[in-house]
Design a protein around this ligand. Sequence first.
Ligand code: ADP
Ligand code: MG
Length: 333
Amino acid sequence: MIARPTTGHARPRYGDAALIVCDNLVRIYKVADLEVVALQGLDLLVDPGEMVAIVGASGSGKSTLLNILGGLDVPSAGRVIVAGHDLAQLGRRERTRYRRRVVGVIGQQTARNLLPYLSAAENVELPMILDGRAARRKRTLELLDMVGLTNRAGHRPARLSGGEQQRVAIAVAIANGPAVLLADEPTGELDSATSSEMFALLRRINSDLGTTIVVVTHDPLVSEQVTRTVAIRDGRTSSETLRRTQLGDDGDHQVIAEEFAVLDRAGRLQLPRAHIVALELTQRVRLRLERDHVGVWPDRAADRSTDGAEPYGPPTDRTADRGDAADDDEAKP
Ligand code: ADP
Ligand code: MG
């Protein structure tokens, strides 16, 4: 481990106001003699009441992240706080309690979210029984009503469609009123019409109950409907897309989506693969600070030494640079 300088008490800690804090999370799986680094220093903050979509290629670490947030797995290093619970420090009993009350989890495999020998209503009631709650019947009916399955209460999962099973799974997940709902590709096995219904339900839970939701998805429809989509690449957050609506000239609401690269606290950012390929960036790049942006140029030192041609790149005349800066300063009032 690299020792970090200790921060003063006056300085607020990273993610103080956030409901979910992932601070330099690392998860290494050891398989025989091999080490798989599923998360390599992932940072993520989620505010209370937010609904965030997580996207990323298969194997990028999405499920690993959700398993850690759900209290099913522990990080190899790093800090993870959910609703004030430090997940790396939880004891066995606290962990069980955390999983029952603080988070609700929905997995991709519809069949594995529910117990097959219990009816829909019994599945919904079970987490409340385990948590020793009173007035369960009434709440079970309310929850089934909320997910639109009042008339399926007595059915076992095998007699429900895939979409209905996932809706029961949502009712199960929110039964104990968790602060956070985690869904790992909840629409992965559903057709597009059913998945948009599912997603509408998640959005309703987010807005009506104020539940913070983190949903992993491959579905472009899903990521188009949330205000924030976080992309994970190689076990790290690499970019974020923020969406907002704006009133257009014609009076219609337009959705504006803007993609940002994520800058971590050490100043690291990932360039999009397409940029790297387009400029054939390898190993080293040149950076230049401009007044309102930073330029990135390929390091063409190798080209220069062979053909002698001046490469396209940032001006290398340092004196001229300083002159510019001085002019800028003088221009300020
Ligand atoms: P995603 O959900 O984005 O597809 P995962 O979080 O499942 O990715 O996996 C991230 C990486 O960690 C992959 O390389 C995967 O093979 C590896 N991995 C996940 N779970 C385990 C495990 N239990 N044992 C070993 N390797 C694992
Ligand atoms: Mg996965």
